[in-house]
Design a protein around this ligand. Structure first.
Ligand code: F6P
Length: 545
């Protein structure tokens, strides 16, 4: 960490130590123009940060950190194809996936934009053929169902997008098989007809245990009906051409991408093929266009009006300034039900790091715990804790102004609830308000005194509201890219590598010997701690019984 960064962190800490640092309500009372000053727009999206305790000096200090961290320079280095994923010595070029051919993204001598254009061309052609009946199943039937077998980034993004945008008028349904728990496959299988099912094996590495196990299960099922012709029902989405060939998928059915696409940033690559098949090629290209619009905003807008930067700075204020270690994502749109799951991987796999780029221990907290549910369901689940618990939880509230159904009354209620949650969190309800309300309702004084502490809301609980004019492929592309760039910014501000994920390896390593012991039906004495050995013995016994 350089001197300027140390000074910026110290400035943020000193502002956050002030007694009123977390207060939001008084900021509105003091400044009627607060909404205008603390909300920003980009291509139709509106980000309102006025219901946080950011004010001009706090924002200036946070922008000072961004300057000191060289955020703009690091962003430009990413766009220039430098190997900013230092631990894996890789570039980070998901922006190339949604840029036009002429954008000219390059890395290590490779024309990344040309490589992208080539694969997109093939994906578009394949999509049109499959949806139009130009590519048929082994028995001559049209494909009506696509099963994407993948996990993590090879599942969450595409599953989230198709859930958000699919309509029953579409000629194909998409299904997502991720967990190695075969209950998932057993639940899906009855919904499928082998003659009409196309299978995409989606895996960057093509070695992931869950995916390869599920791919083998589904291949066996297809072979049961179609014999050796089952191969015609497969395609692969991967960087590992050797492994896809070894699995028996011919090169013309492999849609590749490069190692400069991280798994959690890969829905725009070949990994998004299930999106194109389910929603159509136009929708997929609109999704890319929305993300591209956000890329252009991110690359070309000064930091103080740059949505991803501002979202990241608000998070720094909450996590590091005020010590709020979690964040809730509340999309007030049922179609975005899987967005929290996608953001969990995007943010927590990227930012859950305890060492800086140079290997030294980080000097401040990193990645927040992200969780969420669609509103209004969340209100009847965990919002109690967010309103009255001891730990403030900043919320991202996503609202969509215009619905795609004709039920205006339902939509008004949905919006009213989303707006009300943000207002309630910020305003709270003081003792005098509770008292007056109960007295007016005729509650006896003794009862008011008894219930008063339980009915006070502390308020001053922050939320960011993201308002979309409409939910469609373009705006969804904008939103996902917004969060991707926010993650990049936080990585740069915290001085960590947001693009590796070594933390997932140890569990995978230890699962190998445990699997062998489960196969043998008995634990290897002394190989584990007492708990693991005890559990293994009990499980093996239960299995035998
Ligand atoms: O969980 C670790 C991880 O490597 C993720 O980063 C990735 O998205 C997921 O596994 C799936 O990996 P693959 O696409 O290589 O199967």
């Amino acid at each position: 960490m350089n001197e300027a960064m140390r000074a910026a962190w110290a400035e943020i800490a000193s502002l956050a130590a002030a007694p009123d640092a977390a207060a939001i309500r008084p900021l509105f009372a003091a400044d009627p123009g607060r909404f205008g000053r603390f909300s920003w727009a980009a291509d139709g999206l509106l980000l309102d940060l006025s219901k946080t305790s950011l004010n001009a000096p706090r924002l200036a200090a946070l922008l000072g950190l961004a300057q000191a961290a060289g955020l703009a320079e690091r962003r430009d280095a990413m766009a220039a194809g430098e190997a900013i994923n230092a631990t894996e010595r890789r570039a980070v070029l998901h922006m190339a996936l949604r840029a036009p051919r002429e954008a000219g993204f390059r890395t290590g001598g490779e024309d990344a934009s040309a490589a992208v254009a080539q694969v997109l061309e093939r994906m578009g052609q394949f999509t049109r053929l499959v949806r139009g009946g130009g590519v048929l199943g082994a028995t001559g039937e049209r494909f009506t169902d696509v099963v994407n077998i993948g996990i993590g980034g090879s599942d969450l993004g595409p599953a989230m997008v198709t859930r958000a945008l699919w309509t029953p008028a579409a000629p194909m349904r998409a299904h997502y098989l991720a967990n190695v728990d075969a209950h998932a496959w057993e639940a899906l299988r009855p919904q499928l007809d082998p003659a009409r099912t196309l299978v995409l094996v989606a895996s960057k590495t093509f070695t992931t245990q869950e995916t390869m196990t599920n791919a083998a299960l589904v291949r066996d099922w297809l072979r049961g009906t179609l014999g050796e012709q089952a191969g015609q029902h497969f395609a692969a989405l991967s960087t590992n051409m050797q492994a896809t060939a070894a699995f028996g998928i011919p090169a013309e059915r492999v849609f590749p991408f490069r190692d400069w696409v991280g798994g959690r940033f890969s829905l725009w690559s070949a990994i998004g093929l299930s999106i194109a098949l389910a929603l159509g090629w136009d929708a997929f290209t609109r999704l890319l266009a929305g993300a591209r619009a956000m890329d252009e905003h991110f690359l070309g807008t000064k930091l103080e009006a740059n949505l991803p930067v501002l979202l990241a700075l608000a998070e720094i204020w909450h996590v590091n300034g005020l010590g709020y270690p979690t964040r809730a994502v509340l999309p007030y749109d049922e179609r975005l039900a899987r967005l929290p799951a996608h953001l969990q991987q995007l943010e927590m796999e990227s930012l859950g790091k305890r060492v800086a780029l140079d290997g030294s221990a980080v000097a401040q907290a990193t990645g927040a715990v992200v969780f969420g549910e669609p509103g209004t369901n969340a209100q009847h689940s965990f919002m109690q804790l967010i309103h009255q618990g001891t730990m403030p939880v900043p919320c991202d509230i996503l609202l969509v102004a215009q619905p795609d159904h004709p039920h205006a009354d339902s939509h008004r209620k949905l919006l009213a609830n989303g707006l009300a949650q943000a207002e309630a969190l910020m305003r709270g309800k003081a003792a005098e308000e509770v008292e007056a309300e109960m007295a007016e309702a005729g509650v006896p004084a003794a009862e008011i005194a008894r219930l008063l502490p339980h009915r006070i809301f502390p308020g001053n609980r922050p939320s960011a509201t993201l308002l979309l004019p409409h939910l469609d492929a373009f705006t969804l592309g904008q939103v996902v890219a917004l969060y991707e760039h926010k993650v990049f910014c936080l990585g740069a501000l915290w001085g960590i590598n947001a693009f590796d994920q070594w933390g997932v390896e140890l569990g995978k390593q230890l699962a190998g010997p445990i699997l062998a012991e489960l196969e043998a039906g008995t634990p290897k004495p002394g190989a584990h701690d007492g708990s693991t050995e005890g559990l293994l013995r009990t499980i093996s016994g239960a299995w035998r019984a």
